[in-house]
Write a protein that binds this ligand. Structure first.
Ligand SMILES: CC(C)(COP(=O)(O)OP(=O)(O)OC[C@H]1O[C@@H](n2cnc3c(N)ncnc32)[C@H](O)[C@@H]1OP(=O)(O)O)[C@@H](O)C(=O)NCCC(=O)NCCS
Length: 172
């Protein structure tokens, strides 16, 4: 196995050079998406996919980002009282995030998530987005995002968000 250090990790846009077939994170839906649909979603601009590459090119994880809207009434009042009353609030959807089973528990999830959040913050300076949103697939995913201070939407407990304001404070 390749020795893992920050110097041989990199995150890059999904391309033809990446071996998607060999990837397995243990969650069938996330593996199936990565192997079968991620590349076509990129081509159709439905989602941008970024992969965590290790050493000479092994894919150790991935995440996807897309534009989305959060219905105004789904947000907690503590947030909406500072916002204009538009029907939808612009946001960035972190649709999927997964780490290869082989590399679990080695901070790769953290590396991917921080990269996704920083990228989202940069994007929000060019095209407005007031939060990053995730849909946790199960309780483990939910607890992972809660660990990073994502806030559940009151009406939709599997959907969590992190205000861009919080990211601005954390990363600048
Ligand atoms: C969730 C997942 C991405 C975590 O990746 P990982 O590389 O094993 O996690 P890391 O080693 O980077 O952990 C980073 C931090 O998150 C914590 N963490 C990891 N998984 C967690 C979970 N399920 N619940 C709570 N905290 C979790 C770790 O303890 C660590 O905390 P620390 O920095 O305070 O020590 C990975 O388990 C995975 O791919 N799961 C299957 C797919 C999935 O559920 N994706 C998320 C929803 S789409």
């Amino acid at each position: 196995m390749v020795g893992v250090s920050a110097s041989n990790l990199r995150i890059e846009p999904l391309g033809e050079q990446h071996d998607r077939e060999a990837f397995s994170c243990g969650v069938e839906a996330l593996d199936r998406y990565f192997k079968g649909f991620a590349a076509q979603d990129v081509r159709r601009r439905v989602a941008a996919t970024f992969v965590l590459v290790i050493g000479d090119g092994e894919v150790a994880g991935y995440y996807t980002l897309s534009s989305t809207g959060i219905p105004f009434q789904d947000l907690p009042q503590s947030i909406t009282r500072k916002l204009p009353k538009y029907k939808y609030m612009p946001a960035i959807l972190l649709g999927r995030l997964a780490v290869s089973l082989k590399y679990r528990g080695r901070k790769f999830g953290d590396y991917l998530l921080v990269d996704a959040l920083k990228r989202s913050l940069r994007q929000s300076r060019e095209v407005g987005a007031m939060a990053v949103v995730v849909d946790a697939k199960d309780d483990l995913a939910r607890s992972f995002y809660s660990h990073y201070q994502f806030i559940p939407l009151p009406q939709i407990p599997r959907r969590l968000f992190l205000p861009m304001e919080t990211l601005e404070r954390s990363f600048t």
